[in-house]
Design a protein around this ligand. Structure first.
Ligand SMILES: CC(C)(COP(=O)(O)OP(=O)(O)OC[C@H]1O[C@@H](n2cnc3c(N)ncnc32)[C@H](O)[C@@H]1OP(=O)(O)O)[C@@H](O)C(=O)NCCC(=O)NCCSC(=O)/C=C/c1ccc(O)cc1
Length: 402
């Protein structure tokens, strides 16, 4: 055993850990450009392409639901031409999983690449400086999977450490960000790319009584964030510090949200109780997470004095959270805007919300904020965010202003 060369286990630990709290350093988003459907036309289009106009009862119901979503338009990768080539996508009883996998295996990493290139351009460092990749999707059905394809498309280094998160649904973005925080803070110099890409093509089917709400809500998109902890270098610009993070599962709610892989595609289930269950549990999740940072001083916190990045799972979810936390109208504007412009893009949505928030508020964000994402479980991801007051808080020698 070498002694006296300074490489004791404790010294190595000091070298391996980062110097500070992990932060979001750059964000990029992308949506399929081909099919953009205004929500007011969605029902007619959907019933026409699925040859279901005779199901008048379901059609009227979907129209009622679409009117209540708070969505104005959504983007989709699936085209009518694809549907003509694959009529089996309309019928859950017909085998179609393999054909769906064939399409998304290429389409998902390509859309993620578009978002990732925007994030890398904003970050300002070469793609080869990315040390870790965490990819979240409900469309990763092969090995090697879309994470490896994205790494190849971007020319990431062969030693990039890849993790794929599958089927977390709408809390996938929150989970990936929490994982990136752990990686960045525990590995000196690590730069973690979080890539979330969702395409409804795996879930698409003709209308039946059980899937109307999902058809009214979900859209396609990719959100990429680059995460790192200090010291910062090369013009890096921390925008959201991730100060503390928790995951909570609401007991006995497994029934409420779910995905099921079948030979005919992925079935999803959204129980009518979800908005109420989230409203009843969100406050405790926030208290638990903020107590990690503020201890007993948490009583001095006012939710209204913070900024909010909430996964817009559905309009009533945002309404309930606003009511329970007594938030002023406008506090959830970023979430409502993303819902309006893109619908619920499952795990990718929260990255869009962060993007909207930083554009909307520029340098005027309050110091403290909260990120909330939820999905099957029911699982709630909570992250305590902090907007840096000024770059001088950091090792400024290393930061050149962008
Ligand atoms: C737009 C909705 C559907 C309706 O708005 P509303 O203010 O509740 O309006 P209404 O109370 O008038 O309801 C309109 C109609 O919708 C019906 N409805 C109202 N929720 C329902 C309902 N979950 N079922 C089935 N009928 C309903 C409701 O019964 C009613 O039917 P009808 O009386 O015949 O007009 C709204 O409730 C809503 O957005 N709900 C969805 C909330 C939700 O669960 N979001 C998912 C959160 S978690 C997440 O983001 C993703 C998880 C995920 C999971 C799987 C994946 O594959 C991917 C992702």
């Amino acid at each position: 055993m070498a002694k006296g060369n300074g490489t004791t286990p404790d010294n190595r630990r000091g070298v391996q850990h980062a110097e500070g709290t992990a932060a979001v350093l750059a964000i990029g988003t992308a949506n399929p450009s081909g099919v953009i459907v205004p929500q007011e036309q969605f029902t007619d289009e959907f019933f026409r392409v699925s040859n279901s106009d005779h199901l008048t009862h379901l059609k009227e119901k979907l129209k009622r639901i679409c009117n209540k979503t708070g969505i104005e338009k959504r983007h989709f990768h699936l085209t009518e031409e694809m549907l003509r080539d694959h009529p089996e996508f309309l019928d859950r009883e017909l085998p179609s999983l393999e054909a769906r996998i064939e399409i998304i295996a290429t389409a998902v990493p390509k859309l993620a690449e578009l978002a990732a290139r925007k994030a890398i351009a904003e970050w300002g460092r070469p793609a080869t400086d990315i040390t870790h990749l965490v990819f979240s999707t409900y469309s990763g059905w092969r090995a090697p999977s879309v994470d490896l394809q994205l790494a190849s498309l971007l020319g990431l280094r062969p030693t990039v450490s890849r993790t794929i998160l599958s089927l977390h649904g709408c809390y996938g973005g929150g989970r990936a960000l929490q994982l990136a925080k752990e990686i960045a803070e525990n590995n000196h110099g690590a730069r973690v790319m979080v890539a979330c890409c969702e395409m409804t093509l795996v879930c698409f089917a003709g209308p039946d009584g059980g899937n109307l709400v999902g058809h009214a809500l979900f859209g396609d998109g990719a959100g990429v964030a680059i995460i790192g902890a200090g010291p910062f270098a090369g013009g890096e610009h921390p925008m959201f510090e991730m100060v503390a993070a928790t995951q909570t599962t609401i007991p006995k709610t497994e029934y409420a949200l779910g995905m099921q892989v079948t030979g005919g595609g992925v079935d999803f289930h959204l129980a009518i109780q979800v908005p109420t269950l989230l409203g009843q549990n969100i406050q405790q999740c926030l208290v638990d997470a903020f107590r990690l940072v503020f201890g007993d001083n948490i009583d001095n916190l006012t939710w209204n004095d913070m900024f909010w990045a909430v996964h817009p799972g559905g309009r009533p979810i945002l309404d309930n959270i606003e009511t329970v936390l007594k938030l002023d109208p406008g506090k959830l504007a970023a979430s409502r805007n993303v819902l309006r412009e893109y619908g619920n893009m499952s795990g990718a949505t929260i990255v869009f919300v962060l993007d909207d928030l930083r554009r909307r508020c520029k340098d005027q964000l309050p110091e403290w904020g909260a990120l909330l994402a939820f999905g099957p479980g029911i699982t709630i991801e909570t992250i305590v965010l902090r907007s840096p007051r000024s770059l001088s808080e950091y090792n400024t020698d290393d930061i050149k202003s962008n």
